[in-house]
Design a protein around this ligand. Structure first.
Ligand SMILES: C[S@@+](CC[C@H](N)C(=O)[O-])C[C@H]1O[C@@H](n2cnc3c(N)ncnc32)[C@H](O)[C@@H]1O
Length: 338
């Protein structure tokens, strides 16, 4: 939480007015733990949809929460804009978590999340054959994940963005390293699975939202680590996706791309919606360079000879070099002036 700046008088009064009502404070407390729809909130709070919608509108107008449309639904979440989020954080800190009303709200939230989990499990059951078929074709996932962790290293950082987050697995994998995580995916069904997984893993410092990899609704220089794990091969224009990922990296930030090496399993295209049958080292490194990133590492994970798997998985780690350039320029200036 940032505490070294202040909130304007009008905005503070508007925020306090909006939050100064029992149901609206309960809504803020619930949104601190999860992004929720109007339907979720009506179930948890036991109030009619028009009443809940009115409370949400007042909180949104006061800049304490935001509405994020997702297909036919909209999710509400606490704002990330400094002034609003600081006020919400400070108000929530004053609340006694053992208050029986808040404790009951949390129990009902858990019940709503369990219901979502059951729906997500049904979705997975229907799609399991596709996931399992592809999984058996390449090196085990734990080997890929261990390699990703090794490349990223153990030094914590502020923020991570996982593009094409799917079930949110990357946000789980790196949960101990980032302070704030965000997953973006186009599919509402995938996002509901990701939300369930994050809730089950008790990961409160990551969120997911619907969005398009090619047009990220976020300012540049926002993230220290961006991941694209098994996503590029679905995309029409991978170079543009890498360019957009690079745009939102902070100076010195890193982009980790993981995908298949070139292969000839045509059925992945015809039956599993893959657009590209893998990528060469040079191809992805060239896209990284075009996007202004330096390729730090390229690593192949090939299946063992005895394994039925056939596909090699490649990891590319790119880095924004603006910090290095700035360091080199400073050194040069110091040398010339010294
Ligand atoms: C194989 S799955 C993701 C795997 C995930 N990264 C993981 O590590 O488990 C690919 C994901 O990319 C998403 N996707 C494909 N095109 C997208 C786009 N243009 N914008 C956002 N998400 C996209 C799909 O909805 C799908 O969830």
């Amino acid at each position: 939480m940032i505490v070294d700046s202040v909130i304007g008088l009008d905005q503070l009064v508007a925020g306090l007015r909006a939050a100064g009502e029992p149901t609206r404070l309960r809504i803020l407390a619930l949104l601190a733990g999860a992004d929720l729809t109007v339907k979720d909130l009506t179930t948890i709070l036991g109030q009619s949809q028009p009443r809940i919608s009115r409370h949400l509108k007042l909180l949104t107008d006061a800049g304490l929460i935001v509405r994020a449309p997702e297909g036919a639904w909209a999710y509400y979440r606490l704002t990330e804009v400094d002034s609003g989020s600081r006020l919400a954080d400070q108000l929530l800190l004053q609340l006694d978590p053992s208050d029986p009303v808040l404790a009951r709200d949390r129990e009902r939230l858990a019940a709503v999340q369990r219901a979502h989990a059951e729906a997500a499990a049904a979705y997975f059951a229907a799609n399991a054959h596709a996931w399992d078929a592809i999984r058996t074709l390449h090196v085990p996932e734990d080997a890929v994940e261990a390699a990703m962790r090794r490349l990223v290293g153990a030094v914590p950082f502020r923020s991570m963005l996982d593009l094409g987050t799917g079930t949110g697995r990357m946000l789980e994998l790196f949960q101990d390293l980032y302070e704030r995580g965000l997953g973006v995916d186009a599919s509402a069904a995938m996002l509901s699975v990701a939300r369930m997984n994050l809730a089950n893993a008790q990961i409160q410092h990551a969120r997911v939202r619907q969005g398009d990899i090619f047009a990220l609704a976020m300012p540049q220089e926002s993230y220290d680590l961006v991941t694209l794990h098994q996503v590029l091969h679905y995309l029409e224009d991978p170079a543009s996706a890498i360019e957009e990922a690079a745009r939102v990296l902070r100076p010195g930030g890193r982009l980790l791309v993981v995908d298949f090496a070139p292969h000839d399993l045509e059925f992945l295209r015809s039956e599993h919606a893959h657009r590209r049958l893998g990528f060469s080292h040079d191809q992805v490194s060239a896209w990284l360079a075009q996007a202004g990133l330096e390729t730090m590492v390229v690593e192949d994970l090939s299946p063992e000879r005895a394994s039925p798997a056939d596909l090699t998985v490649t990891l590319w780690l790119g880095r924004d070099t603006r910090l290095q350039t700035a360091d080199a320029e400073t050194t040069e200036r110091l040398e010339t002036t010294g």
